[in-house]
Design a protein around this ligand. Structure first.
Ligand code: ASP
Length: 331
């Protein structure tokens, strides 16, 4: 009898482990900010939703076929970097000199390895450079012309800085620059730009990964770098805990180490993902006076998307489930 129950227990443990490892999930954000129905035309609303759906499909396909969380995250972010709707890659917001200046990072939860590039102006897909930094260098973060040289040496596609500039961003830049010169930098606060992209995934093998890519803040100067390429601030992944990607006012995320803080609350405080994220966004970030959002997935495939702004472009899909795509705060 005792032997029988021992084997039953073994079988149960094996099955639950196996079934657990088979589940997978993918979460995406396209930036948090002051996004309200009255500011987004129905046509643009549908364009954003279609883009998020397509990005989800890209990542879901990889995970469904048994691909890695890391590959899913990279492919989703490449798609979003190439899509001019978002503030990453082509279509990124412009800095004070009228150029796109891009930051990106990626983290592999299974090895606790990470890579990032910051302040780059000619790498077509900064997330690919971040992954190469992780896998083909002994560094985590490279910046500006050094990061560009590294990407070139590793054979990544390089582009003319003009490639990133869309007519809509140029138009925005002209107006913003004029107002900025009159209003001494106030536009940065009165018109926060959203559209940073991020993705987190859990694969069938139970591994977690996270990535984030952005053009940062509009009209930024002095090669300002935000949280997106900073591991622990804008991106974090650790197998057995969670994968997190951030969007929002980067200086607060850096000071609060917010992506890692979600993982720490889960690891040391025993909180569930949703509760950890709620604490970080609605207490810690709020008390610091910052705004933004986070997405996350835990090692069981639970997902969370939280923010303290009016909205956040966001979407998720779990194994066998429907694609869930949302923009506004009341959805
Ligand atoms: N977090 C990004 C930064 O501060 C911007 C954003 O997510 O909107 O560079």
């Amino acid at each position: 009898m005792r032997i029988r129950s021992f084997f039953a227990l073994l079988a149960f443990l094996f099955c639950s482990q196996w079934l657990g490892a088979q589940s997978f999930a993918l979460v995406i954000h396209g930036g948090a900010g002051s996004v309200q129905r009255e500011n987004l035309s129905p046509a643009r609303d549908s364009m954003y939703r279609a883009a998020l759906r397509e990005a989800l499909a890209t990542g879901y396909g990889i995970l469904d076929e048994g691909g890695s969380a890391l590959d899913a995250v990279e492919s989703v972010i490449v798609y979003l970097e190439d899509n001019p709707l978002f503030n990453a890659g082509r279509g990124a917001i412009l800095n004070s000199d009228g150029l796109a200046e891009l930051d990106a990072s990626i983290m592999d939860g299974s090895s606790i390895n990470a890579g990032a590039v910051a302040s780059v102006r000619s790498i077509k897909n900064p997330i690919k450079a971040a992954r190469l930094a992780m896998e083909r260098s002994s560094y985590v973060l490279m910046v500006a012309d050094g990061a560009e040289q590294f990407a070139k040496d590793r054979g990544l596609e390089m582009v003319d800085p003009e490639y990133f500039i869309t007519p809509a961003r140029r138009e925005w830049y002209k107006k913003a620059k004029m107002k900025d010169e009159r209003g001494a930098g106030k536009i940065l606060l009165s018109h926060p730009v959203f559209g940073t992209v991020g993705c987190v995934a859990l694969d069938k093998q139970g591994h977690l990964a996270a990535g984030t890519s952005t053009g940062g803040r509009g009209l930024k100067r002095y090669r300002r770098v935000g949280d997106s390429p900073i591991i622990g601030a804008g991106t974090y992944a650790e197998d057995g805990v969670c994968a997190v990607s951030a969007t929002g006012y980067g200086e607060y995320y850096i000071r609060g180490v917010l992506a890692y803080d979600v993982a720490a609350r889960m690891k040391y405080g025993g909180l569930a993902l949703q509760d950890a994220m709620r604490e970080v966004i609605h207490h810690k970030l709020r008390d610091m006076g910052g705004t933004g959002g986070l997405i996350g997935v835990d090692s069981e495939g639970n997902v969370s998307m939280d923010f303290n702004t009016n909205g956040m472009f966001r979407a998720y899909m779990k194994k066998g489930g429907e694609a869930v795509v949302k923009i506004y705060g009341d959805e």
